[in-house]
Ligand binder design. Structure first.
Ligand code: SF4
Ligand code: SF4
Length: 127
């Protein structure tokens, strides 16, 4: 079985991950300010996260589209924000909580809620 942490570490080294990841506690600490395409918008000051089941930090996303490629249920779509192409979790209700997007994201811009089967689902996708 592949170690998820080892995989993440090696991806972070390869893509020079930023040191400050998405705030994993944003659902309890940030303010919910509205909705967009059926997902919530969260804010702290001018900092924005879209999504609750699948959160995308708009400051950290660099638009690499790795999450778009890896997601088995097509949760993400390209989105223009402040003239930059990033991603938006437009179909977060389709998320199967597999965590694959978190694993590949080079900037740790994503956080997915956990379920009892998340790690097993990721392992099955990794083969
Ligand atoms: S956890 Fe899996 S299904 Fe959910 S958005 Fe990420 S890659 Fe897609
Ligand atoms: S993998 Fe991360 S940095 Fe790349 S588009 Fe998705 S959320 Fe943004």
């Amino acid at each position: 079985m592949i170690s998820n942490q080892n995989s993440k570490d090696s991806i972070n080294q390869k893509y020079s991950c930023k040191n400050v990841p998405i705030d994993k506690e944003y659902r309890s600490r940030w303010s919910k300010t509205g909705t967009h395409r059926d997902h919530d918008i969260w804010m702290k000051g001018s900092h924005i996260i879209h999504g609750t089941t699948v959160g995308v930090d708009f400051e950290l996303c660099n638009g690499c589209m790795k999450c778009v490629s890896v997601c088995p249920t097509k949760v993400f779509a390209p989105y223009l924000h402040n003239k930059s192409r990033i991603v938006d979790p437009v179909r977060e209700s389709e998320c199967i909580l597999c965590l694959a997007c978190e694993l590949v994201c080079p900037t740790e811009a994503l956080h997915v809620v956990r379920s009892g089967g998340s790690e097993e689902t990721l392992d099955s996708l990794l083969g």
